[in-house]
Every structure is written in structure tokens, then in C-alpha cells.
Design a protein around this ligand. Structure first.
Ligand SMILES: Cc1cc2nc3c(=O)[nH]c(=O)nc-3n(C[C@H](O)[C@H](O)[C@H](O)COP(=O)(O)OP(=O)(O)OC[C@H]3O[C@@H](n4cnc5c(N)ncnc54)[C@H](O)[C@@H]3O)c2cc1C
Length: 260
């Protein structure tokens, strides 16, 4: 039996060690600035036709880092259609990084080497109140997760680097009430505006039985806001977290933020 190499990021190694993913050859059909700091990449692939993708799931794309070396970067799937085999990515621009350089150079006709779908943060079908805490890098996942909610109340606290980068969030079902607090301008990874905002929320929200929270953002921000929610009485089971990146540190070659 071959033991999978846990560090290798080439397609066949990833397929050998990750459950439920397939290799995806995706052709760029268009790129545009969704906002000044959010790059939208539209993609098509026959591999996407008939694929099952959950709201908030992502793909791992191969990104060059020089000297014929590659790493993976994870980007959430937006506007997925299993009928037309299309989807998009929304990539936060922050001025540096291999993923960003790769994304900015993409042109229509380029083919991406991707693996997916990945991600295990399901939207609760039982919750009556959903609280999303997201920075700019999690706009894509947050928007898709909200669109999948069929009933209840959604609160979103999201940060954007400038006021021109603020995007709206809407549910697909008209009966779902969405309240958004857009924090801007907020420096990438600055947690204080989130803490100030959450501290002003009523205790009733945090103590409600049907609450589910989703924290997707910078590593320290996720940990700090989770601690605040626990302090305010939210049960650990009602808090789902995923760190997307880490301040002043590149993500690891497999696409995850470096852990302590
Ligand atoms: C499950 C998952 C889903 C993700 N989905 C998305 C998505 O839909 N859209 C998206 O934009 N990103 C998403 N990310 C983050 C993304 O995968 C990369 O980490 C990010 O794009 C940075 O990669 P990079 O190679 O450009 O920079 P890196 O080489 O990783 O980092 C270079 C420098 O940039 C800093 N940096 C990294 N990200 C940010 C940021 N957002 N703001 C400010 N500084 C930053 C780092 O601290 C470092 O100093 C996701 C991550 C995960 C784990």
C-alpha cells in the first residue's frame, strides 16, 4: 500500500489523500473588479457539470511561486451552476502574495488546475438565527451561505478595506430577514471594530436557543471573536470557525494558515 505524502500539493497526491474531491480543469471566461479590492474570476469546466457543491465550499487552485514550484490556494465557490458548469471566485486584493499575483495575471482562456469541492462548515438547517462574522476574504463564502438559508433571521458583521469595497448580502428566500453591519474602512486583520460591534449587540441574541454562528476570517480574529461569543454565553457547539489567512504570514503550501 502506498502511504500518501501529506505535504505534496500536486493533483494526484491531493486526490489520493482527500475524500470527496475531484480534479477540476477550469477555463477562465472573464475577469473583472467586482469592487476595487475584490477580483472576480468567472470559470467554466465540464468537470463542474452535475457536481454537488455545498454553500460555502471552496476549490484548491494551483498557484506558481517561481522556479517551477507551485502551492495551493483555497478560494470559495460563488454562483455555482451544475447545469452550465460555471462558477466564480471572489479574491480579496491586499497588495502581496502568490495567490494575488496569480489571480491578477489571469486572462480569458487560461486553464486552472483545481481540486474540489472542499470545506466542512455546513449551514445549520435547524437554526432560527444565524450570525456571520467575516472579513473581506470571506465575502464569497458568506454570500453563498446566506443564499442557502430558507428561514429565520440572519445577522452579518463584515469588514471591508474601503467604503467602495462594501458589498450587500441578500437571502434567496424573501422571508429570511438579513441585517448587515458593514465595517469600513477596516485594515486587513484589525479585530477591534468587530469586538466593538459585537459588544453592542443585545444579550438576547447570544442567548437565543436557535443561534448558529459562523466565523470566517483572519486567524487571530477568529480566535478573539470566538472568545467574545463564549464570554457572552454562546454555546461552543453553536460556533463554527475557519481561519482563512494569518496576519504577516503566508499560508502554507497546502493553502491553510500556519498554526502555532
Ligand atoms: C477555506 C478557505 C477559503 C478561502 N476563500 C477565500 C476567498 O473566497 N477569497 C479570498 O480572497 N481568500 C480566500 N481564502 C484565503 C486565500 O486562500 C489565501 O490565503 C489568500 O488569498 C492569500 O493568499 P496569497 O498567496 O495571495 O498570500 P499569502 O502568500 O498567503 O500571504 C502574503 C501576505 O498577505 C497577507 N494576507 C493574506 N491574506 C490576506 C488578506 N485577506 N488581507 C490582508 N492580508 C492578507 C499575509 O498575512 C501575508 O503577509 C480562503 C482560505 C481558506 C482556508
Amino acid at each position: 500500500m502506498t502511504i500518501p505524502d501529506k505535504k505534496a500539493t500536486d493533483r494526484s497526491s491531493l486526490l489520493a489523500r482527500l475524500d470527496g474531491v475531484i480534479g477540476l480543469d477550469l477555463t477562465v471566461t472573464a475577469t473583472r473588479h467586482h469592487t476595487p479590492s475584490l477580483l472576480e474570476i468567472s470559470l467554466h469546466g465540464d468537470d463542474l457539470i452535475g457536481l454537488e457543491v455545498g454553500a460555502g465550499q471552496d476549490i484548491m487552485v494551483e498557484v506558481p511561486v517561481g522556479n517551477a514550484q507551485f502551492v495551493r490556494r483555497r478560494y470559495s465557490i460563488v454562483d455555482f451552476s451544475p447545469t452550465t458548469g460555471t462558477m466564480s471566485l471572489l479574491i480579496a486584493l491586499k497588495g502581496t502574495g502568490s495567490g494575488e499575483a496569480w489571480a491578477l495575471a489571469l486572462q480569458a482562456g487560461d486553464v486552472l488546475d483545481a481540486v474540489g469541492p472542499r470545506g466542512k462548515q455546513p449551514v445549520s438547517t435547524q437554526a432560527t438565527t444565524h450570525l456571520f462574522i467575516a472579513d473581506h476574504s470571506a465575502v464569497a463564502a458568506t454570500s453563498q451561505m446566506i443564499r442557502s438559508i430558507e428561514f429565520g433571521h440572519v445577522h452579518v458583521v463584515a469588514s471591508f478595506p474601503t467604503s467602495q469595497d462594501v458589498v450587500s448580502f441578500a437571502a434567496r428566500e424573501p422571508s429570511v430577514k438579513v441585517s448587515v453591519t458593514a465595517l469600513s474602512p477596516v485594515d486587513h486583520g484589525d479585530v477591534q471594530p468587530f469586538l466593538d460591534c459585537l459588544s453592542a449587540f443585545e444579550d438576547d441574541l447570544f442567548r437565543s436557543e436557535g443561534l448558529q454562528c459562523y466565523l470566517n476570517a483572519e486567524f487571530s480574529m477568529v480566535n478573539t471573536t470566538k472568545a467574545l461569543l463564549l464570554e457572552r454565553g454562546v454555546s461552543p457547539a453553536a460556533i463554527a470557525t475557519k481561519a482563512y489567512w494569518r496576519r504577516n504570514k503566508s499560508n502554507a503550501p497546502h493553502g491553510e494558515p500556519i498554526k502555532d
